[in-house]
Ligand binder design. Structure first.
Ligand code: NAD
Length: 357
């Protein structure tokens, strides 16, 4: 079984490892103790859908190797990724008297990882955090890289901190209990990474069945993200390419009041920016059709019912705007994406070009 476990090093300061393979939750205690240099008090943070499935296995594995464990469960869903839930979580950590040498363990999808990571980053000005991703989206994207956030009324992810995890353990058996729509959300994030990283990963989605044995595909996504994060840990340069599809995607999420999930919104955002870039002469003419075909194979949307103007208004409340400009990630070809700064007044026209059928 251990042959199936892939290890990706994330060479930030301090470096850490992401392990990907079947059955990792059942041995997580020993692996976490190794990563942290010993057992400590551990607060496992999870949501109401994940807790009945996996919490007791994680608690037992931690207790078996000497961790003193407490657990906090919040209501599942993006609607919980806010300051109210964060506040309750911070109060929990304080009531449980976690100290600077203790750790928070995020067991769940991207919402849980973002919430628990944020709490660990600000509690006592920062304690250690371990990510145990249980969705495909968290496995291929959000559990690695140390970005954490909650949503504010004005938009997605507007408050957060950088806190690199001490370790990431991705048990691929967790994917078996994911509803199909949640699996598709993760496919969207992986396809986005494929467009960024190149033909090898994109080809897995275009011609193969990457979920049949997901370890290789997840490892490729994590390796791409690890390299980009190592080059730009604080998101001031090349790391911003990871936001491919996110300008329209976040706008779709905001306009829908988060009824459209993050992954589905990013899929539509990716198709929209690909079509817009081709129409505006910034990218290969054949690229949008390739991206659309791959998204469709995973039952993902390739457009949005919101108008270009509605999306532009929502996007301009977004944090990536600086002054009168907005930076977009342009997919020029598979494996070649660039940052392009545009006056905010042009955004609606770009979205309009991408929304045309
Ligand atoms: P999620 O965490 O809400 O999980 C989706 C649903 O699946 C939830 O209801 C959850 O309870 C359930 N679930 C989780 N694991 C399960 C399992 N194994 N079996 C059955 N059900 C399970 O959503 P997500 O798609 O994982 O993450 C989306 C979030 O991630 C967004 O808030 C997005 O902004 C964030 N994100 C963060 C980063 C980052 O770098 N920090 C990157 C990408 C996305």
């Amino acid at each position: 079984m251990s042959d199936l476990i892939q290890t990706i090093s994330v060479p930030v300061d301090p470096p850490y490892e992401a392990l990907i393979g079947p059955g990792l939750l059942h041995s997580c205690g020993a692996r976490i103790a190794q990563a942290l240099g010993g057992a400590c008090r551990a607060a496992v943070v999870t949501d109401s859908a994940v807790a009945p499935l996996y919490l007791s296995a994680v608690e037992s594995s931690l207790a078996d190797v000497g961790f003193s464990v407490c657990s906090h469960v919040f209501k599942a869903g993006e609607g919980s990724k806010n300051l109210v839930t964060l506040s309750a979580l911070l109060e929990f950590l304080a009531e449980e008297r976690l100290t600077r040498t203790d750790c928070v363990i995020a067991l769940g999808g991207g919402v849980c990882g973002d919430m628990a990571g944020f709490a660990a980053g600000v509690y006592l000005r920062g304690i250690r955090c371990v990510q145990l991703p249980t969705t495909l989206l968290a496995a291929v994207d959000s559990s690695v890289g140390g970005k954490t956030a909650v949503d504010l009324r004005a938009g997605k992810n507007l408050a957060g901190v950088f806190l690199q995890p001490s370790a990431v353990l991705c048990d691929t058996r967790c994917l078996a209990t994911l509803p199909p729509a949640a699996l598709a959300d993760g496919a969207a994030a992986a396809i986005k990474t494929g467009v960024l990283s190149g033909e090898e990963l994109f080809g897995l989605w275009e011609h193969g069945d990457p979920l049949a044995q997901p370890e290789e595909m997840i490892a490729r996504c994590v390796a791409h993200k690890a390299a980009v994060v190592a080059a730009d840990p604080f998101d001031t340069g090349v790391r911003r390419t990871l936001n491919l599809g996110h300008t329209a995607g976040h706008a779709i999420e905001t306009c829908s009041g988060y009824a459209v999930s993050h992954g589905h919104a990013v899929a539509a955002g990716l198709a929209i920016i690909a079509r817009a870039s081709a129409r505006l002469g910034w990218s290969e003419a054949a690229l949008p059709a390739r991206i659309e075909a791959v998204l469709r194979r995973s039952d993902l949307p390739i457009t949005s019912a919101f108008s270009a103007r509605e999306l532009a208004e929502a996007a301009l409340a977004d944090k990536k705007r600086t002054g009168g400009d907005i930076t977009l990630v342009i997919p020029e070809a598979v494996g070649r994406c660039t940052l392009k700064k545009l006056p905010v007044t042009q955004l609606s026209a770009v979205f309009a070009a991408g929304l045309e059928g």
